[in-house]
Design a protein around this ligand. Structure first.
Ligand SMILES: Cc1cc2nc3c(=O)[nH]c(=O)nc-3n(C[C@H](O)[C@H](O)[C@H](O)COP(=O)(O)O)c2cc1C
Ligand code: SF4
Length: 674
């Protein structure tokens, strides 16, 4: 047996966990009408089969009708969930993993215009900034039905065969009661710690009474809210001891910070550029002081850190949640001595941000996650070996090359630059986003191991491509910044890429006109503001940076708010003209006929990219498919129709400006059937 600390079993009460790695609860929003149907089941099963010891299903599965889902949470208040859950549990059990579920009443962390449009309930009138509902303080009859709902939900989960339930007590209703910051009630549910903890303890006692001792019950709670007047470490430890001494609870899952705003949540769930494992020592301290089995997750993205967490005894079970969204096969790869093959979680937190913006969690660079049914993680070998030529070594081109090589094809990649990476290399130049290069490095290593031939510093002409006698040509040449958007003065502006790359020195009084709303504008703003310059970010949209979601916005704001940076929304830049040695911006609006001017010494535009597709159009007439993609076959995961001569495809930003996930998904689903 291995002596790797991560691979040692752990005895949690009567439950033997086969190793120390788990996924903590996270709602990927794959439910269908609140039910964990096939997509949900296959997502967890993939991890279970690959060796994870426990999957904590759901995130905040809703126990009551007045806790409506805000990110497609599972509805455990419905009886019909039992058979769906049972199927998932049975499959994961068969694969050797334990299965638990996190239950919660969201309290004010939801919206009244979701679900059944019921009033939102909490222990305060004050709204939660993140979800905006202004709650009513709970009445006695609310408390009675909420306790009953928890018990009924726990009973349903026991019937479905789950190994345990985790009560979410952080930022949700129970924590709203527990925290002095969000409890304005009088006794018996407000005031002293005993009173604030009363609802939680009543729920725990009622659940235990119903389900008995043979099911694990854990508490996930915010031990330290890191805010004046909130739960501090001493009180957090005291709460842990109340749980311990009650004899009702089997483990603690340690959280720190709050979740009522995006910045607070980012301190709990750090994004790229923030410290790894920031709360690990803290979890170890709580474990030592309370003396209960301890689980913890907070940006422990790599095996070395996870191993350290367990080897030092700071935690009993380590959560690697986003790490498994990026690569569900982590445990298998550890066991097989293939840690170097693990697809790294680069902390982009596209996954978490997307459950709000896009309605489901997707990994920025693993398009198979959440699509296990249609886009399996494993790439099948091809029956016929082909010659595949890829042009462009950005994320799309590298993914195409990786997948083609996995299929067993012979692959050549042309790249005009001296290094791979395309736009990601540009992004990664900002220190805080340097981890993004992991998307490129991992693919390069995978391609190199499969003997993909790279020709860097090579501007591929049609003749170079044809000389390879390809069966398949994939054009992944990306795009170039679009700066041709003004009625006059396009020659006077620079692009956000010019700033990011360092090709253009920042001015001292700069307008960034952001028509794309993505990271590049904010990255450029940060670079310029860091020099001490004044920056105005202007957009015609009604909010700034609409493509940069909640968690991702936080580091930018933390870098910009104490500098001379302002944001102007609902105005558009129409033209730029010279005014002596300055530039005069002509500004209009979509809302009314209006023209005003302002003077800057530099105007930067961020307007996405224009496809760089000359080579594609040169090759198109000679190709067998004339560049056409059969979308039906593509979506169904079937091969593209066979043709005489070579097949030609174009992917990623060479088609149109999108994002990294889209580029990689283009490549994966097309090339996996080549
Ligand atoms: C998409 C997504 C949804 C999440 N939803 C929940 C949730 O509903 N309840 C919860 O306790 N934690 C939730 N989390 C937090 C995770 O359990 C975990 O604490 C966090 O991702 C930090 O661990 P990691 O760095 O290993 O990912 C969510 C995380 C992600 C990525
Ligand atoms: S989106 Fe980013 S943070 Fe989320 S799993 Fe993928 S790599 Fe990790």
């Amino acid at each position: 047996m291995s002596n790797d600390p991560l691979l040692q079993p752990y005895q949690l009460k009567h439950l033997t966990l086969r190793n120390r790695i788990m996924t903590t609860s996270h709602e990927p929003a794959y439910g269908d009408d609140g039910m964990p149907k096939d997509r949900y089941r296959l997502y967890h099963l993939e991890r279970a089969k690959a060796g994870v010891s426990m999957v904590m299903t759901a995130g905040s599965a809703s126990t009551s009708r007045d806790s409506p889902p805000v990110f497609s949470n599972l509805l455990v208040w419905k009886d019909e969930i039992v058979p769906w859950m049972k199927r998932l549990v049975d499959d994961c059990h068969e694969a050797g993993a334990a299965v638990m579920i996190q239950l919660s009443h969201l309290g004010r962390r939801t919206r009244w215009d979701k679900g059944d449009w019921l009033p939102v309930v909490s222990s305060t009138h004050e709204r939660e900034p993140a979800h905006r509902a202004t709650p009513k303080p709970a009445e006695d009859w609310d408390i009675a039905r909420i306790i009953k709902d928890y018990v009924d939900a726990a009973e349903r989960m026991q019937e479905a065969g789950l190994d345990g339930i985790e009560i979410m007590c952080h930022g949700h209703l129970l924590d709203q009661f527990m925290s002095p910051l969000t409890n304005t009630l009088d006794a018996p549910y407000g005031g002293s710690l005993e009173n604030r903890a009363r609802l939680t303890m009543e729920i725990l006692a009622a659940i235990r009474k119903k389900v008995g001792p043979e099911i694990i019950i854990g508490m996930r709670y915010g031990v330290d809210e890191m805010e004046p007047g909130g739960i501090d470490i001493e009180e957090g430890v005291a709460i842990g001891k109340i749980f311990r001494d009650s004899g009702l609870v089997d483990y603690l899952n340690i959280n720190r910070s709050r979740i009522h705003t995006d910045p607070a949540m980012t301190d709990l769930i750090p994004v790229q550029g923030m410290r790894s494992a920031p709360h690990l020592d803290f979890a170890g301290r709580i474990k030592a002081e309370v003396g209960m089995p301890t689980l913890h997750a907070a940006r422990i993205p790599d095996v070395a850190t996870a191993r350290h967490a367990v080897a030092t005894g700071q935690v009993d079970m380590v959560g690697m949640t986003r790490a498994h969204i990026a690569d569900p096969h982590i445990v298998r790869k550890i066991v097989e001595g293939r840690e170097h093959d693990i697809r790294p979680c680069v902390g982009a937190t596209y996954c978490l941000d997307r459950i709000y913006q896009g309605g489901m969690a997707l990994c920025i660079h693993n398009p198979s996650t959440g699509r296990e049914e249609t886009q399996p993680h494993e790439i099948a070998a091809a029956a016929v070996k082909k010659k595949v030529v890829v042009v462009g070594a950005g994320p799309a081109g590298l993914e195409a090359a990786r997948v083609a090589a996995e299929r067993g094809h012979s692959v050549v990649v042309f790249e005009v630059a001296s290094q791979p990476g395309g736009q990601i290399r540009l992004t990664a130049q900002t220190k805080r986003r340097a981890e993004m290069i992991g998307i490129i490095d991992w693919r390069l290593a995978q391609c190199t191991a499969k003997e993909v031939e790279f020709r860097f510093n090579t501007w591929a002409e049609a003749a170079d491509v044809l000389a390879e006698k390809p069966d398949v040509v994939v054009i992944a040449t990306g795009g170039l910044p679009q700066t041709d958007l003004l009625a006059a003065g396009n020659d006077l502006v620079v692009s956000s890429w010019d700033i990011l790359s360092g090709d253009v020195k920042p001015g001292t009084n700069v307008l960034i006109y952001d028509d794309a709303g993505d990271h590049a504008a904010l990255q450029a703003a940060q670079i310029i503001a860091d020099t001490g310059a004044r920056v105005e970010v202007m957009t015609r949209d009604r909010s700034f940076s609409p493509e940069v979601m909640g968690m991702n916005l936080v580091p930018y704001m933390r870098a910009l708010q104490d500098k001379a940076v302002t944001f102007t929304v609902t105005y558009k830049l129409d033209a730029v003209r010279r005014a002596g040695n300055q530039l005069e911006a002509v500004i209009g609006s979509d809302y009314m006929k209006l023209t005003k001017t302002a003077v800057y010494d530099q105007v930067v535009v961020n307007c996405g990219t224009q496809p760089l597709a000359d080579l594609y159009f040169q090759l198109k007439p000679a190709s067998g498919n004339k560049g056409a993609v059969d979308y039906g076959a593509l979506i169904d995961g079937k091969p593209q129709p066979a043709v005489e001569g070579f097949q030609l495809f174009r992917i990623g930003d060479a088609v149109e400006a999108r994002n990294t996930h889209a580029a990689i998904y283009d490549a994966l689903r097309l090339v996996r059937t080549v």
